[in-house]
Design a protein around this ligand. Structure first.
Ligand SMILES: [Zn+2]
Ligand SMILES: [Zn+2]
Length: 282
């Protein structure tokens, strides 16, 4: 597996790439704009090309964009659902300009809305985004922790999106902390084997493009989205070892979104890379 981490680009692309490289990443994830507003930053092709060259020189590939958190394709408020679609389209265009392979997005919450109506609304937005997606970019839907009627909390529901949107550039990202919070017991080889078998049946292994590797301290099935340091939570070393060792996941990408400082990033990457190298040499 290619393993990397989410990096903040507020300090500039040079610093972001240097940090990712210094902690041993071979993949990375960024926000393209402020993750908490509907405003988008105009696309600066020159800056994106320079960023792509920095990543190539540092062997950081693939790179993912994580869309802003306030995206909600399921909202009954057209201002929110249309704003969400515009943000997604902006990130897909940015990824295409900047040679970034994945655009990872949350789906949103059904709120008080009827689930079927909300599901259909999400599909309409994603269909519109996929209609003008450029080659080389994949739209990746992330599983949720399942709280507050969030869409995409189960493998069954993610599978339903994949079946409703049969486009070759659509894929799925599984966040380990969210999966644990939704009740998937991925803290052992047996649990991970079961999880990946279910994912394979519901979604298809070829559609599974990315993982977010985050440990978590919340109880199994708690529906709470809290990320924690790798190996220091309930998923633990055994869970990540089983994921890294899984024969069907060898060509996948894993991105850490663990909390804390640059030193914490270094420690988390050291941990995951040590597990990976133990797996590769066994
Ligand atoms: Zn996310
Ligand atoms: Zn999360």
């Amino acid at each position: 597996m290619r393993v990397g981490l989410h990096v903040h680009v507020a300090g500039g692309h040079v610093k972001a790439v240097e940090h990712a490289k210094a902690v041993g990443a071979t993949a990375m994830q960024v926000f393209s704009s402020n993750p908490r507003t509907y405003r988008t930053t105009p696309i600066d092709t020159g800056a994106l090309e320079a960023f792509a060259k920095l990543r190539r020189d540092a062997n950081l590939d693939p790179c993912a964009i994580h869309t802003p958190y306030l995206i909600n394709f399921a909202s009954a408020d057209p201002k929110i659902s249309q704003g969400s679609l515009r943000l997604l389209q902006h990130d897909l265009a940015t990824a295409a300009r900047g040679g970034m392979r994945f655009v990872n997005t949350h789906l949103g919450s059904y709120g008080t809305r009827d689930r079927e109506e909300g599901f259909a609304a999400i599909c309409r937005s994603l269909e519109a985004a996929l209609a003008d997606i450029e080659p080389g970019v994949f739209l990746v839907l992330e599983n949720s922790a399942g709280a507050g009627n969030l869409a995409g909390g189960t493998l069954e529901e993610l599978g339903a999106f994949v079946r409703a949107l049969p486009h070759p550039q659509l894929g799925i990202c599984l966040d380990t902390a969210h999966a644990w919070a939704s009740g998937y017991e991925i803290d052992s080889k047996a649990g991970v084997d079961r999880f990946i078998e279910q994912a394979s049946n519901q979604i298809g292994i070829d559609r599974l493009l990315m993982f977010h590797f985050n440990d978590t301290q919340v109880p199994l099935g708690a529906s709470r989205d809290r990320h924690w340091h790798i190996g220091e939570g309930n998923i633990g070393f055994e869970g990540f070892r089983a994921l890294l060792a899984h024969p069907e996941l060898r060509d996948k990408t894993a991105i850490l979104e663990t909390p804390g400082t640059d030193e914490d990033d270094f420690r988390n990457m050291q941990t995951i890379l040590a597990i990976l190298s133990a797996v590769l040499s066994s």
